[in-house]
Design a protein around this ligand. Structure first.
Ligand code: SF4
Length: 367
């Protein structure tokens, strides 16, 4: 059989060294992975595992859980053991929880050098424990909790300050011959964040975890993250991503996956090509597109469905898609693989599209 062509991407990936986060490879030629973070109390093991299962089903590759107390640390072994995807423990303030997370079998530990007490003195010990356990580390520099020394030096969390913090902490791990770490330099301003990652990418071959921190509610956070990740990923920068939203983390995974799909960095799944409607529309395009999207939710095959409001661009787009409708005069012309297969009443368009989509999906490989 013919070898399928690799999808076109905007730039080759930056050459980063590869690390392992449990079973997931990060960096090098590994696919860019999607991360999210649980919002349950970590001590509530059942609720946390249930949310991890939902995130996994939505396409999450790696999950992070907060570990702010001893009770949370005590819950980690069970969560790490039963999670379907690698678990990263998120540690602030207390170095003892770093060791607890490593002992618990977490795939990785996120440390924030800016707010872990006497972190620099502990790096050797952390590096040894992590190496022995096959656990990787994320050095997670964050604008909101930058090291005080650097804040004083730079005046605020500039890209230079974020990068200086990250490079310093990376050098401490490297002095202890520990290299299984990735780095993030998050800021809530996409411009500062993009500059910081661009600078960091020039300074070493560390795998990079992208994030716009505290990006806001779903609408704003989606746009900020898409713009910032798009700017970096389109230059090949970024090995793993997390979209931070003040919303259900499942939404974070959906947005993150869609960003990667849009850039051909993850195989495309269902794609609805729908027109914005205009004064020429002869059907209610919004309702039509919404109902088709809802009816096909969860489809995991790379199907392109065009929902078009009139005959200007309708037949063209519908013909280009796997399946489509060009509407007009109370009717819809249904296209499959470029050919009109039937014309149906407006009231039957949604049902027909869903029926045909499911039929086509049966013969398609899952992406
Ligand atoms: Fe307007 Fe027709 Fe284009 Fe939709 S396809 S935006 S209705 S011209």
């Amino acid at each position: 059989p013919a070898i399928p062509e690799a999808p076109e991407v905007l730039a080759p990936r930056r050459r980063s060294r590869q690390i392992k986060v449990g079973k997931v490879l990060v960096g090098g030629d590994a696919p860019v992975s999607v991360q999210s973070m649980t919002t349950t109390q970590t001590t509530d093991v059942n609720a946390t595992l249930q949310q991890i299962a939902q995130l996994t089903a939505a396409g999450c590759d790696i999950v992070r859980v907060a570990c702010p107390s001893q009770d949370d640390a005590d819950a980690l072994p069970e969560i790490a053991r039963h999670s379907q995807i690698p678990v990263i423990a998120d540690i602030h303030f207390q170095p003892k929880y770093v060791f607890a997370a490593i002992d618990a079998g977490c795939a990785a530990v996120r440390v924030n050098p800016g707010n872990i007490k006497a972190f620099d003195d502990k790096v050797g010990e952390i590096a040894r424990a992590a190496k022995d356990a096959g656990c990787s580390i994320r050095i997670g520099v964050n604008a909101g909790s930058l090291d005080k020394r650097l804040l004083e030096k730079h005046g605020k969390a500039t890209p230079e300050a974020l990068v200086e913090s990250a490079v310093w902490e990376a050098s401490l791990f490297e002095e202890h011959d520990f290299h299984d770490f990735k780095i993030s330099v998050k800021h809530n301003d996409p411009v500062v964040m993009v500059k910081a990652y661009e600078m960091l990418a020039e300074r070493g071959d560390w795998p990079l975890h992208l994030g716009v921190t505290e990006a806001g509610p779903a609408f704003q956070g989606t746009i900020k993250s898409a713009v910032a990740f798009g700017a970096l990923l389109s230059k090949g920068i970024g090995d793993t991503i997390r979209v931070s939203l003040s919303a259900d983390p499942v939404e974070e995974v959906k947005v993150g996956s869609k960003i990667l799909e849009s850039l051909n960095l993850r195989p495309r799944k269902l794609e609805i090509v729908s027109c914005p409607s205009c004064g020429r529309a002869q059907v209610d395009v919004y309702t039509l597109a919404e109902r088709v999207t809802a009816g096909l939710e969860g489809l995991t095959v790379p199907l392109r469905v065009a929902v078009m409001g009139c005959v200007v661009n309708g037949p063209g787009e519908a013909r280009e898609a796997d399946l489509g409708v060009a509407s007009g005069n109370g009717k819809g012309q249904i296209f499959v693989k470029g050919e009109v297969i039937k014309t149906v009443k407006e009231s039957d368009i949604v049902e027909t599209l869903i029926e045909e989509a499911l039929r086509l999906a049966e013969d398609m490989p899952e992406s």
